[in-house]
Design a protein around this ligand. Structure first.
Ligand code: ADP
Length: 200
């Protein structure tokens, strides 16, 4: 039997840290961000639509996507973010569903973790047997993002503003992973959830 776990969390929550830990355990994961990056790499399938909506200003001369320029546009403008998501999210969703269908066809037995930043926003929780939300306070997120991305407070706040609130995510979650403390504490919670699912 295949068991599908949806993993999500707002930017700076520690979702990537959790998903990396799970991957290192050898557990099958499907990473929506990775699929999305593939769609937007050179000659990727999403680039024509992005060029149409955002123009040459978000491309380098060699035709690769200028992620920083695009990020600056979409993370301070909710409508533009929605537009970008329409270029990528639907395709990412289709690819994820296809991968799951293939695993099922091949009688995959065990847990698959779907690592999807916009899990609830896109309604993908319906694909999952259970969902995990990684969370920590706003101030801790800001502090960790400033350190990780070496950027300005304003840019960090803009990126955080255009997301579903943690309160709403928590309401929809099966389990909450509290990342307010040490990495050890984070990893212990993951271990317990994996044990519950007979993964380790
Ligand atoms: P997300 O994928 O949710 O945006 P990340 O997993 O990249 O978040 O975490 C944000 C930053 O905080 C990263 O630099 C990560 O190494 C760091 N981090 C994550 N969890 C902790 C923790 N418990 N203690 C200290 N730093 C952490």
């Amino acid at each position: 039997m295949m068991r599908i776990i949806g993993l999500t969390g707002g930017i700076g929550s520690g979702k990537s840290t959790v998903s990396e830990y799970i991957r290192e355990k050898g557990i099958k994961t499907i990473d929506a961000d990775e699929i999305s990056r593939n769609l937007t790499k050179k000659d990727g399938a999403a680039l024509p639509a992005i060029r149409k909506f955002f123009g040459e200003q978000v491309f380098f001369e060699d035709g690769t996507l200028n992620r920083k320029a695009l990020g600056n546009i979409v993370f301070s403008d909710r409508d533009k973010l929605k537009l970008l998501e329409s270029c990528t999210t639907e395709v990412v969703d289709r690819i994820i569903r296809k991968e799951l269908a293939e695993l099922k066809e091949n009688d995959f037995n065990g847990v698959v973790v779907l690592d999807i930043p916009l899990l609830f926003e896109g309604g993908d929780q319906v694909l999952c047997d259970e969902t995990w939300v990684v969370t920590c306070s706003y101030d801790i997120k800001v502090e960790r993002l400033l350190k990780r991305d070496n950027t300005t407070l304003e840019a960090v706040k803009n990126r955080m503003a255009n997301q579903m609130s943690d309160e709403d995510k928590i309401k929809l979650a099966t389990y909450i992973i509290d990342n307010s403390f040490s990495l050890d504490y984070l990893y212990t919670q993951i271990e317990l959830l994996l044990l519950k699912n007979n993964c380790i």
